[in-house]
Design a protein around this ligand. Structure first.
Ligand SMILES: Nc1ncnc2c1ncn2[C@@H]1O[C@H](COP(=O)(O)OP(=O)(O)OP(=O)(O)O)[C@@H](O)[C@H]1O
Ligand SMILES: [Mg+2]
Length: 248
């Protein structure tokens, strides 16, 4: 079984006695997820009783006003933080129940992240930035180099591998960040405003790239965006307001 299949929940399905009755595979299952932050003696409720299923291979957009809880939800999906209450399941793993070391491992192996401001290391080349994602995994240097070069080629940057971030356009920097996110062959790709820093043409190129990678690799794609043109491309649009989720 591939990591992708495991992340998509195939392991759980195959092991289940009900596996003979096919059902849509699930990437994420959130049940009554609430996230509160203590703040100066008060409590901010960033997510309020969110129950949600995201199918394996689905492309979901998350919209909503600033402060609505979008980034907080992405942190829960990304195993970056745990809910205050409720459960988050990724495939066969209950993220809300496992320890910090296991959470780190799940993030390193199964989840790709893309951010608005690319978050590349400025002193490293494109090749080195992508290889960095493989350092926590059991890959030899030669294997890392080969996989990073292939990932950069798959985002159209085979001729930019020795460039540092400052020597690349914004769109090219985001392509490097996408190569870094997919090089480990994750089951899910989580993007927080991936086109927020780009012009409209580059935005459309980046969205087309994410959609192609999703189709080629069977990725589950979750995109937080303020841009309706980006959200309209998704299979499904969720709205988060004051920590509560609704379908659009
Ligand atoms: N670490 C934290 N400590 C305290 N409060 C926080 C923390 N992170 C987020 N919040 C609060 O939780 C709420 C949701 O924040 P979140 O960042 O998820 O919003 P968002 O929908 O991503 O907004 P934006 O569109 O501006 O990025 C906000 O009221 C925010 O102030
Ligand atoms: Mg945010």
């Amino acid at each position: 079984m591939t990591d992708t299949a495991a992340a998509a929940g195939l392991a759980a399905d195959a092991a289940s006695p009900a596996a003979s009755a096919p059902r849509p595979q699930t990437a994420y299952e959130l049940d009554a997820v609430t996230k509160r932050y203590p703040q100066n003696g008060r409590t901010v409720t960033a997510l309020n009783d969110v129950t949600l299923r995201i199918g394996a291979g689905e492309h979901v957009a998350i919209q909503g006003p600033t402060g609505g809880g979008k980034s907080t939800l992405l942190q829960m999906l990304g195993a970056l933080d745990r809910p205050s209450s409720g459960t988050v399941r990724l495939g066969d793993v209950e993220l809300s129940r496992i320890g910090d070391r296991q959470l780190t491992r799940v993030r390193a192996e199964r989840i790709g992240f893309v951010f608005q401001n690319f978050n590349l290391v400025p002193t490293l080349t494109a090749q080195e930035n992508v290889e960095a994602a493989l350092v926590p995994l059991d890959a030899t240097p030669a294997d890392r180099a080969e996989r990073a070069a292939a990932a950069l080629a798959s985002v159209g940057l085979a001729d930019r591998v020795t460039h540092r971030p400052a020597e690349l356009s914004g769109g090219q920097q985001q392509r490097v960040a996408i190569a870094r996110a997919i090089v480990k062959d994750p089951g899910v790709l989580l993007a927080d405003e991936p086109t927020g820093a780009l012009d409209e043409d580059t935005r459309d190129d980046i969205m087309a790239l994410l959609e192609r990678l999703r189709a080629d690799r069977g990725l589950t794609l979750v995109v937080v965006t303020h841009d309706s043109a980006v959200a309209r491309r998704a299979d499904r649009r969720l709205h988060l307001k004051a920590g509560r989720v609704s379908e659009r």
